[in-house]
Each structure stands twice: as C-alpha cells, then as structure tokens.
Design a protein around this ligand. Structure first.
Ligand code: NCD
Length: 288
C-alpha cells in the first residue's frame, strides 16, 4: 500500500516522474481513469483548498467522493472513538483517504486498509502542498542555481514550510528564513550564516528570487513572536523583475490584496497547480 505521509518519502526520481505526469494531465487529462473508485476526505481542521482540490481532482478523474468536514465534531471521534478505529472503519468504505488532523496520526495509519494521504498534520507536515509548491517553483526556475528563497511569517508553526524545505534539498537553493528561532536540519549551516541578513526583510527582498510567505497560525500553541512583515505592492516592486511571490494561503494581513495584480504574484497559480498535482497523486497511488 502506498501511503503519502511525509515529503521526506519521495526520491528525486519519483518527484520528476510525478511532475511529468502532472504536465501531461494539464495538457490532456485522461478520461475517467478512476471510474468506480471512491475518495474519502476526513478533515479535523478547516480547509478550503486542500479538501476541494482533492475532491475536484477525484471527480475530474471520473471517481466519486465521500466528504467529511469538521470531522472532530461530526465523526465518532466526538464519542471518544480512537483514531485507529476511525481509520479502520472509514477504510471499509473508501478506496483512498485524505486526512487532515491537528496532531500526529502516522501510527494510526497502519490501521487503514486503504492508502492514506496526509492532507496536513499539526505543524509538522503537508507533503502534497510541498509538491505543488515545488512544481510551481520549477515552472519559474527550472534549473535552480543558488536560487534564493526566503520564508517569512510563522516559520515555527508552518507545516507547508517544513515539508517544502525537505524537497528543496534535491536542488541548488539558498534558503533564508525570517528569523533564527528554529533551524531546519537540512539547512542548518545556511541558516546559521544568514541569521543576521534576514532580520530586515525589505533590505534582503531585492536579492531574493522566491518569497514564500505564511500567515501567523493563531490556532497553534507554541511560544513565538508574531512576524511584523507585511508585503505591499510598493515593496513587491523592489524585487527582481523575474522573482516570484508565493503563499500557500489562506492569507491574513501579511500579504495585501493590492499585490495580486503584481506580475510576481503566483499564489493563485499554486492553487491551480494543486489540482493537477493531486490528480497525478491520486492516479499514482490508485493505479500502483
Ligand atoms: C495551509 C495549511 O493548511 O497548512 N494551507 C493550505 O493547505 N493550502 C496554510 C495555513 O493554514 O496557513
């Protein structure tokens, strides 16, 4: 069985294969390859993009969906059922599951009798977001060569940043982060070297190729400061002409709507790519 639980599970070869399939799907989506299959989505945390993009992906591939939002109150978890029992139960109905959970659920996955895709796990992992983020980055920078990426916002609690960082290790990126309160294992040296450079973001912006912003995750408890950085269109225009501005969304006040018109803004392209990446993932998992 082919679970997708962490960004770390992918080899560069697998990523290349997945992205080639995604390119193909974009140009000419296969007709009903998943007819007769059912995707179950079980979300214990709010979601707009991840749940709908998976569900749309399944429908576009000819499959069907069983959807449970607010699973914390609408599933038997509310009656103190264990996650293991819930996983075992829902896997009797669906052929594949996408699960979003506010804590670690990897152990419970072993009780599922069908493949499970991690749709966002605490502040820890969001592998499918990382894949669509990387796919988007490579569209603009197909051959990264000391390409500079700066992460801003709630680095400590952002699962999208953590998962994306795991994938960047296959390519030649220089990783910067807004502050030094948490180091990424893979990029420890770089982060240590660059700590001082990234305290003043507007000064660094003109040198950056990719700005990856995140919102402050109010819902998560971890002592940390709130980033004061806010991107206006004026500030965005100080970036290189071919730089890109990314955000997994949802955004709050860190990214002003006026930036949407800026040619560097690609966050809604990320949303669209999310659909194609998830179509490819469903095909790979269900047809393997
Ligand atoms: C993110 C998430 O849920 O981790 N959104 C997403 O899946 N596109 C980011 C966030 O919630 O801030």
């Amino acid at each position: 069985m082919n679970h997708i639980l962490t960004a770390n599970q992918f080899s560069k070869e697998e990523i290349n294969k997945l992205f080639k399939l995604t390119d193909k799907i974009k140009v000419s989506p296969p007709i009903n390859p998943l007819a007769g299959k059912i995707l179950g989505t079980l979300f214990f945390e709010p979601s707009t993009r991840t749940r709908w993009s998976f569900e749309t992906a399944m429908l576009r591939l000819g499959g069907q969906i069983l959807s449970m939002e607010s699973a914390g109150v609408s599933s038997s978890t509310k009656k103190q059922e264990s996650l293991k029992d819930t996983f075992k139960t829902v896997s009797q109905y669906a052929d594949i599951l996408v699960i979003r959970y506010p804590d670690v659920f990897q152990a419970a996955v072993t009780y599922s009798e069908v493949p499970v895709i991690n749709g966002g796990e605490s502040d820890n992992e969001h592998p499918t977001q990382a894949l669509l983020d990387l796919y988007t980055i490579l569209q603009y920078f197909p051959n990264p060569n000391k390409t500079k990426i700066l992460f801003t916002g709630d680095i400590v609690c952002s699962r999208t940043v953590r998962s994306l960082i795991s994938l960047l290790k296959f390519y030649d990126f220089e990783v910067y982060q807004e502050d030094n309160r948490r180091k990424f294992d893979n990029f420890k040296e770089e982060c240590e070297e660059l700590d001082n450079l990234v305290t003043d973001i507007p000064i660094l912006l003109p040198k950056i190729d990719i700005l990856y912003m995140t919102r402050h995750q109010e819902e998560r408890w971890t002592p940390r400061n709130k980033s004061k950085f806010q991107l206006s269109n004026k500030l965005a225009n100080t970036m290189k002409e071919n730089a890109i501005i990314m955000h997994p969304l949802p955004r709050n006040k860190e990214l002003l709507e006026e930036v949407d018109q800026n040619s560097r803004a690609v966050y809604f392209k990320q949303v669209k790519n999310g659909l194609y990446i998830r179509m490819a993932l469903l095909l790979v998992v269900l047809e393997s």
